[in-house]
Design a protein around this ligand. Structure first.
Ligand SMILES: CC(=O)CC(=O)O
Length: 670
């Protein structure tokens, strides 16, 4: 077995642990319950043994409710999806709009270069107007409000107004195709839809009208009553769209109604998010207002250490759960940055300068983005001082050890780099940053508080202490387990099949992970359905991607999958490389890569074949799609869903299903 962990010392150490929010929470719990929790690990243990932790957290975070909770769980046996805080009443939007002052709540910027600031007072007024118009048009608790929207102030306003009424918000980004939008919204049957009409992306004006007319027409057959066309994000002018009203006409129905925050149960549905299934219709994951609020506020305040004087910039579209995550920054009284457009236009340097100029203190980004800065040989600290930057929180994919090392040096040793992982399924993180613990390159610092993460072997035995990789499971319920899948049957068959079927009664996340017994840090090695298993050696694709980092000057991207067709006795590993402009794929490179993998991992990790490819499939949320390619090269035909951003790329992989059975040649002539 290869060792997953370096034996080196920490990359970063906390300067002053006593002043972190997580330390304050530990001390509060000690004094409240007469405990002696000595460190984060003790605190985590307490948080997964005693449900009282969630009430402690509620108090610590200052969750606003009209009826404070008395009970933590519905009395009775604890089920997989218990009812949390059954007697409380609250409103998500009220928690986010608790500030009424002139401090900046949102800064809206983008590739156009225009920057606008909105104070908490202004944001409240915009939400009031929107909610008043929505009420006038008949929006009620439980109705669905859909958006085909960019990450702008309007999206924030529409979402918070929806939440103030107790309706359910669901959004897709404007680059989602008609098929993908309808796959989602046909299922949830929105009563209202808000849509951009014209947007700017990568310097190009995109006219959305053809897409909208088809979407509106189809959704009218599924209960749509109000379609609202938003002004152009290019000219600011309203564009007339058939079968819809312009925003100004819709808002003209604001009758001055004050902003009322409906007081709702903790489990009131708030968001519908979508699984990134690459074939078949996406699953519509319903998240509760209370669950999202408590968990995302915990992550931001405790794991990321966000304070009211922070400036938080999460690069995301409205189609990713990180958009909803980012929004809760407002519940910390923090300024959040909304960015509309491509980070690569006009160029990455301009985008990095924007981050510096806005004095971003917490940057949320992805490994793909960081790898792009590295690949373009940009040195951020030569561009700007980044002196406000305290933390870089990285999510969306695995952060390899070399990328960690590069990033630390690129942003300076002062900056706390944290890798986090959770997902759409729980709208929060399972494993995360811990501001009071050191950071080790390539490792996620710890398990998030309240999340009882364990590592199981296929038989359901906990193998965490052995340092062996296995399935990530969560063996205890927590408040942001989804309420249900929209459209599932009464007993929640699809929901249970998705999460609780492999280990009955236990949540299986679908990630393949290993915990370092020395540091307790976590490494995600890939998705468990993409685990590579040649001749019985189980390993994750991230282990191969880590080795490939040393070739990053030549490699633009890569994809590593297992192939096992009906006629094969064993699985073999295929590695696809996408070359950077000006670099050639040849036998010498293949030999060097094989030697590097053999040295870093073992001879049994060396892919049977290495090929050049011109495109690698990604989801619309920027995740590399291994499973679809694995299925294709193993002989299945695949009808890509609207979740695949570049479905045509999948065609490139069909030819490999006829690959010669003997894995000898360094490259096949196909
Ligand atoms: C928190 C996350 O895990 C985000 C994601 O990758 O979907």
């Amino acid at each position: 077995m290869s060792s997953h962990f370096e034996n080196s010392g920490p990359l970063w150490r906390p300067a002053d642990p006593p002043f972190t929010a997580v330390e304050r929470l530990r001390r509060l719990i000690n004094s409240k319950h007469g405990l002696n929790l000595a460190n984060y690990h003790d605190l985590h243990q307490y948080s997964v043994e005693s449900f009282t932790f969630w009430l402690d957290l509620w108090e610590f975070l200052g969750i606003i409710s009209s009826i404070p909770p008395k009970k933590i769980l519905e009395p009775g046996p604890i089920t997989e999806v218990p009812i949390w805080f059954p007697d409380t009443r609250l409103n998500y939007a009220e928690n986010l709009l608790f500030r009424k002052d002139d401090a900046i709540a949102c800064t809206a910027g983008g590739e156009s270069g225009v920057v606008k600031h909105y104070s908490y007072r202004q944001l409240r007024e915009l939400v009031r107007q929107m909610a008043s118009a929505m009420r006038h048009h008949g929006l009620q608790k439980g109705d669905r409000v859909a958006g085909i929207v960019n990450n702008t102030i309007s999206s924030v306003v529409i979402c918070l107004a929806t939440a103030s009424i107790g309706a359910i918000f669901s959004s897709t980004a404007t680059d989602m195709g008609t098929h993908g939008i309808l796959d989602r919204y046909r299922q949830i049957q929105p009563r209202f839809i808000f849509a951009e009409t014209e947007v700017l992306y990568a310097g190009k004006v995109v006219d959305l009208l053809p897409k909208l007319s088809e979407v509106f027409r189809e959704l009218r057959k599924h209960g749509l009553q109000h379609a609202i066309a938003l002004p152009s994000l290019v000219s600011g002018k309203e564009i007339s769209v058939a079968d819809s009203v312009p925003l100004s006409k819709f808002l003209a129905k604001d009758d001055g109604h004050e902003l009322i925050f409906e007081q709702l149960p903790f489990s009131q549905p708030l968001f519908i998010l979508y699984s990134s299934g690459t074939s078949g219709p996406p699953k519509c994951i319903v998240h509760s207002a209370g669950g999202v609020l408590l968990q995302t506020k915990k992550e931001l305040r405790i794991s990321i250490g966000m304070d009211p004087d922070d400036t938080y910039f999460q690069y995301t579209t409205t189609g990713w759960m990180m958009w909803t995550f980012m929004l809760t920054g407002l519940a910390n009284g923090t300024r959040i940055i909304l960015y509309d457009g491509s980070p690569f236009h006009p160029d990455l340097r301009t985008y990095l300068k924007f981050i510096n100029d806005q004095r971003v203190s917490i940057l949320g980004t992805s490994p793909r983005f960081l790898a792009e800065i590295q690949g373009q040989k940009i040195n951020p600290l030569q561009l700007a001082p980044f002196d406000a930057l305290k933390r870089v929180a990285i999510t969306g994919a695995v952060v390899t050890t070399p990328l960690f090392l590069w990033c630390q040096q690129a942003f300076g040793e002062r900056v706390h780099l944290m890798s986090t992982s959770g997902g759409t399924d729980v709208c929060t993180a399972f494993v995360t940053g811990v501001p009071s613990l050191p950071v080790y390159a390539g490792e996620i610092q710890g398990k998030s508080l309240g999340m009882k993460v364990e590592v199981f072997d296929p038989a359901g035995k906990n193998i965490e202490h052995t340092g062996t990789a296995g399935e990530m499971v969560c063996t205890r319920p927590h408040p942001s387990i989804p309420v249900r899948f929209w459209g599932d049957d009464k007993s929640g068959t699809k929901f249970r099949d998705a999460y609780f079927s492999m280990y009955p009664g236990i949540w299986r996340q679908g990630d393949f992970i290993v915990v370092n017994p020395r540091t307790k840090g976590i490494m995600i090695l890939g998705r468990s359905d993409g685990v590579l298993n040649p001749s019985g050696v189980r390993f994750g694709s991230a282990e191969i991607y880590t080795v490939l980092e040393q070739f990053s000057a030549a490699l633009d991207d890569s994809l590593c999958v297992g192939q096992r067709r009906p006629q094969d006795k064993d699985e073999r590993v295929l590695l696809f490389l996408k070359m950077r402009k000006g670099y050639k794929f040849n036998d010498e490179l293949v030999a060097k890569i094989k030697a590097a993998i053999r040295k870093a991992l073992s001879a049994r990790h060396v892919p049977a074949f290495i090929f050049e490819t011109t495109d690698i499939p990604y989801t619309v949320n920027g995740k590399r799609i291994e499973i679809a390619v694995k299925q294709i090269v193993s002989g299945s035909d695949l009808k890509p869903s609207g979740t695949v951003a570049n479905p045509e790329s999948l065609q490139l992989y069909y030819k490999y299903r006829d690959l010669d059975a003997t894995p000898t040649a360094p490259k096949a002539k196909l």
